[in-house]
Design a protein around this ligand. Sequence first.
Ligand code: ADP
Length: 307
Amino acid sequence: MDEVLVAEDIRRQYGDTVAVDGVSLSLSAGEVFALVGPNGAGKTTLVRALTGTTDVEGHVALFGESPTAVDRDRIGLLPQDCTPHERLTAAELLDYYAGLYDEARAIEAVLEDVGLADTADTWYENLSGGQQRRACVATALINDPDLLVLDEPTTGIDPAGRRSLWHLLSGLADRGVTILVTTHYMEEAHELADRVGLLADGHLAAVDAPDALVAEYGGQSKLTVTGEFGETVGSDLPWPVEQSTGQLTVYEVEPRDIGAVVDRLEQVGADYGGLSWSEPDLEDAYLELTGRDVTATAPLATGGQQR
Ligand code: ADP
C-alpha cells in the first residue's frame, strides 16, 4: 500500500529541551494512527513537524512531497490551539475556511457531521467548550482531505460527543482517509486507532496495534481488594499477590476466580469493602514501557516559547 506519510528520524529541540527525539513513522492510506502520551511528551511538536508548521531535523514526506510543497487541499489540520474570531458563527467560520481551498464541501453537511447543524448561526463565543472544539474539527474537514491530522480533537468534548466524533473519523478512514490523531485519552486511542504510537520524552517507546501493545506490555489482569485487614490476608491464595495493610492485589485471576478470593477473605474474617477486577489496558502498557503514568503532567519547560 502507498505510504501517505513518511517521517524519518525527526528531531526538534527548543533551547535545552528536546521535544521530539528521533521519531520515525509511516502511515498507509486509510489508516488511523493515534499518538499518545501525557502533556509534554512531544505530541504537538511532532504534529507540527509532520505538517511543516515548525522546522525540524530529519525527513518528512506527505504524499511523497515535502509538507510545505504538498497540495494543501489534500491535508486537513486541526491544531491544538484553534482560536477563531469569537463573533463568527459556526457557519461563517466554515465559510471562511471553505474559501481557502479550491474545492470545499457543503458547509451544512460538515456542520451536520460534527453535530453542529442546530447551532450553525451561533457565535463561536456562545458555543459550549465542546461545541467550539467540534467547530474547530469541522474546519479541518471542510476541504475533504485525504490526510487528516488532529491534535487533541476531543479535548473538552463530552463523552457522547466524543463517541460520535470517533464514529465520524472511523467512517472517514473506511473511505480511505488517513488519520493521525493525538490524544492523552488511552481509551480513545484503543477504540479508534489501527495502530498506536506510545510517545514519551519525545521518542516513540512502541508502535503497534492497541491489542498487541496491551498483550505484550500490559501485564496481567488483577483483582484489587480494599478494607480493614492485615497484610497477610491473601497469603494462602494460589495466585501471585501483593499485600499491605488495607489493600490486597491478586494477579492473574479471571472473573470466575473472584468467588474463591472472597471465600478466602471470609474464612479469615477480613473486613473488606471495595473489590474491583480489571484487565490490563493501554495505560498499563504505557506505564510498563515508560515508567510513567500517562495521566501525569510533565513539568513545564523553563525558558521562553520559540516557534
Ligand atoms: P505535548 O503536545 O505532548 O503536550 P509538546 O510538543 O507541546 O508536548 O511539548 C514537548 C516539550 O517541548 C515540552 O517540554 C514543552 O514544554 C516543549 N515545548 C513545546 N513547544 C515549545 C515552544 N514553542 N518553545 C519552547 N518549548 C516548547
